[in-house]
Design a protein around this ligand. Structure first.
Ligand SMILES: *Cc1c(COP(=O)(O)O)cnc(C)c1O
Length: 345
């Protein structure tokens, strides 16, 4: 076997902060229990690291989106605790659900009939109360196929939980209508931001994702939710440039004085997109402004504030999600899931 390659990009997941965030969201969920959305490789931070920490903190209901995400999840938790949000589109999907023991989330009458015709069994049911994404429409909830399902968790998903929008209360009213019409063992409506909307939104199970991983969208989570992902990149070259010299593609930065600069092993292929142009990396409290454009594999920074840095030293990539979202215009979700494969996790 080839030896382990040396790392030049480090993504460390603070599993204590992750466990803390789950417990905080579980507490904020009141009498409901918090589950955990672990889709998209735990929002890019790695299921293999995050899922055991969430499980050990006490989470018992896990949500993935794709069937492809099932094997890694059930390596760590019982299959009966895993729900697959996209549900079964064909007999193969249904057979896979039965073979593994995970719960499909039924999202339409067609999926309901497929699940019944291929042998039924425990499932979850998603009702669309206004987001118009996946889920049974309100006018379909009385259908005979729905009555035949063995529903563990009846759920719906909020479109605007991160805003104080009238849409939230409207969706709550429609969810209650669905609850009155459809028998289920447990009920679930709130995502991370939905938990902050208060007890009316909690029901039996909440489904936080983003806030587990450090995302803060509402004031109720400020001072409670901790940063989980810590990112560091190595310097691969330092150089001195003279006044009048430019840096990077299209020469968008020109030095007005002699400068010491460094090339950092971090680029848009690593999810550090060009929307970071103009931001700074950091070394302790020293700010290292990015000079010129972000390249595929590199950025160049100004070492004026930390002149002793040299090749092989590590610098911090500021990944406070709220601040980063503000600078880049990316959502906190995108900032996490965009991180590429070259990070040593
Ligand atoms: C992704 C997802 C969640 C988690 O949402 P966050 O906003 O990340 O907390 C919950 N429920 C469903 C159906 C989802 O798709």
């Amino acid at each position: 076997m080839a030896p382990l390659p040396p790392a030049t990009l480090r993504l460390s997941v603070d599993t204590d902060a992750l466990a803390h965030n789950w417990r905080a969201l579980d507490t904020m969920s009141g009498s409901a229990e918090a589950g955990a959305a672990i889709k998209a490789d735990a929002y890019g931070l790695g299921v293999a690291t995050c899922l055991p920490a969430l499980r050990d903190a006490g989470a018992r209901a896990f949500f993935v989106a794709h069937w492809s995400e099932v094997p890694e999840a059930i390596a760590h938790v019982p299959a009966g605790q895993v729900s697959v949000l996209h549900g079964p589109s064909n007999a193969q999907d249904a057979a896979f659900a039965r073979a593994t023991g995970v719960k499909p989330v039924i999202n339409s009458l067609a999926q309901a009939r497929l699940w019944i015709d291929t042998g039924a069994g425990a499932c979850d049911l998603m009702v669309d109360t206004g987001i118009n994404r996946l889920g049974l429409s309100m006018h379909e909830i009385g259908d005979a196929a729905v009555a035949q399902l063995e529903i563990d968790t009846l759920m719906s998903h909020l479109a605007c939980a991160d805003e104080d929008s009238a849409m939230n209360a409207g969706q709550l009213v429609r969810f209650r209508e669905a609850v009155a019409a459809i028998p289920a063992r447990r009920l679930s409506l709130a995502n991370s931001a939905g938990i902050a909307l208060g007890p009316d939104y909690h029901f039996d199970v909440t489904r936080p994702g983003l806030s587990l991983y450090g995302g803060i969208q509402r004031r109720e989570h400020e001072g409670v939710i901790r940063q989980v992902a810590q990112l560091q990149a190595a310097l691969i070259q330092t150089r001195e440039i003279a006044a009048g010299e430019s840096v990077g593609y299209n020469a968008t930065f020109t030095a007005s004085k002699p400068m010491r600069i460094a090339v950092v092993c971090l680029g848009y292929a690593d999810g550090f997109l060009r929307s970071w142009n103009g931001a700074s990396l950091a070394f302790g409290s020293a700010r290292l402004p990015i000079l010129g454009k972000v390249s595929m594999d590199m950025v160049v920074v100004d070492l004026t504030a930390a002149p002793d840095l040299k090749e092989g030293d590590w610098v911090d990539v500021p990944y406070n999600l709220r601040n980063a979202a503000e600078h880049t215009g990316l959502s906190q979700y995108e900032l996490l899931t965009v991180l590429g494969k070259r990070w040593q996790r």
